[in-house]
Design a binder for this molecule. Structure first.
Ligand SMILES: Cc1cc2nc3c(=O)[nH]c(=O)nc-3n(C[C@H](O)[C@H](O)[C@H](O)COP(=O)(O)O)c2cc1C
Length: 231
């Protein structure tokens, strides 16, 4: 299954089989992470560890720990990279879930977030109607293939903290805080969410035969947005 097709059937998996993946599969996931480009001037680090090295979230046999500096664009970059991995894992029949509340047992400098994964019996979604999401008009000024891909993107507590604006050859995704927890999510998790959405935008544009020209995170005062240009 392609990564684009996976957008329409993925789900957060919170029940994993106990048996770990074999070393060759873990190696191929490591290779996939290493081959996923990061945003310009970003250099996040990623490490696969066994699930018993973390606490505070859904137990899983494996986790990818992400490390980055403390800035909006670094958090968005982690979302952008690991959402590619989330789609990849689910495209090969594994389960995965972002865990913003989990932490490594040993406190680690620059730790950002983790993506838990492993074998699962939980089926993927079968239809778009199974996603709990806002109406598309609340997140976008156009209803098109790119907006649909963002609509289905995962976000912390399903906050969907974004608004999409389309111009010729350009999509801008702006932070738009929602929900009771918006003050708690704003600093880091919602910035990761915007990077996740940027990944879905890129995947949809590539599926539509477009070439990505630039992906640029921008912070200005309290606003944060990611501008994506394509041709
Ligand atoms: C940045 C981020 C952090 C998340 N943290 C958690 C978490 O700590 N625990 C959890 O069970 N789910 C977590 N989730 C999963 C969301 O709750 C989930 O993506 C959202 O409810 C939408 O559901 P779906 O992914 O099945 O489409 C997180 C998702 C994201 C993107």
């Amino acid at each position: 299954m392609t990564l684009y097709d996976t957008i329409f059937i993925r789900r957060s998996v919170r029940k994993f089989k106990d048996s770990p993946l074999d070393a060759a599969t873990i190696k191929s996931i490591e290779t996939f992470i290493g081959n996923t480009p990061q945003l310009a001037r970003q250099s996040a680090m990623f490490e696969i560890v066994s699930g018993d090295k973390v606490h505070g979230g859904t137990p899983a046999p494996h986790c990818i720990l992400a490390y980055c500096t403390d800035s909006d664009s670094s958090y968005a970059n982690v979302g952008y990279v690991l959402q590619n991995v989330d789609l990849y894992l689910q495209s090969i029949g594994l389960g995965s879930v972002w865990l913003g509340m989990a932490k490594p047992n040993e406190p680690e400098q620059n730790y950002c977030i983790l993506l838990a994964f492993g074998k699962t019996d939980v089926p993927t979604r079968k239809a778009e109607g199974e996603f709990k999401r806002l109406p598309i008009s609340e997140i976008s000024d156009q209803d098109n293939l790119v907006a649909k891909a963002v609509l289905l993107a995962p976000s912390a507590v399903n906050s969907q903290p974004w608004k999409l604006h389309f111009e010729s050859g350009k999509v801008v995704i702006r932070y738009f805080g929602r929900g009771l927890m918006k003050l708690m999510l704003r600093k880091k998790l919602n910035k990761i969410d915007l990077g996740i959405a940027a990944r879905h935008i890129e995947t949809a544009l590539l599926h539509d035969g477009k070439a990505i020209l630039s992906i640029t995170p921008k912070t200005s005062g309290k606003t944060f947005e990611i501008e994506i240009t394509y041709g």
